[in-house]
Design a protein around this ligand. Structure first.
Ligand code: ZN
Ligand code: ZN
Length: 96
């Protein structure tokens, strides 16, 4: 049953976090395990549909199964944007 495999994967993640593994590393390890076990399927890049060099992006920290697939280029782009946005918010600059 796929649901049992998903529960097992969540347990794998929780065990790592409980043992002190940083959330980012635990999420990465969980995705790798999910792919290996055929539970998580890689998808083309959400933005350009490229199939090669696709990476898992996690929009929500602590939600390892909430994945947005992005190619290396667009993964970097979304992170740069996120950091820029955070910086702007920190400076209290209004975007008109
Ligand atoms: Zn892309
Ligand atoms: Zn990311």
């Amino acid at each position: 049953m796929i649901i049992e495999k998903v529960v097992d994967l969540i347990k794998y993640y929780n065990d790592r976090v409980d043992n002190g593994t940083p959330i980012k590393n635990a999420m990465r390890a969980t995705v790798a395990r999910g792919i290996r076990k055929g539970i998580i399927i890689k998808r083309p890049c959400l933005k350009c549909r490229r199939k090669a060099d696709v990476e898992a992006h996690h929009p929500t920290p602590g939600q390892p199964l909430e994945i947005v697939w992005l190619c290396t280029k667009h993964h970097t782009e979304i992170h740069n944007y996120a950091y820029t946005k955070a910086w702007i918010e920190k400076q209290s600059v209004k975007i008109i």
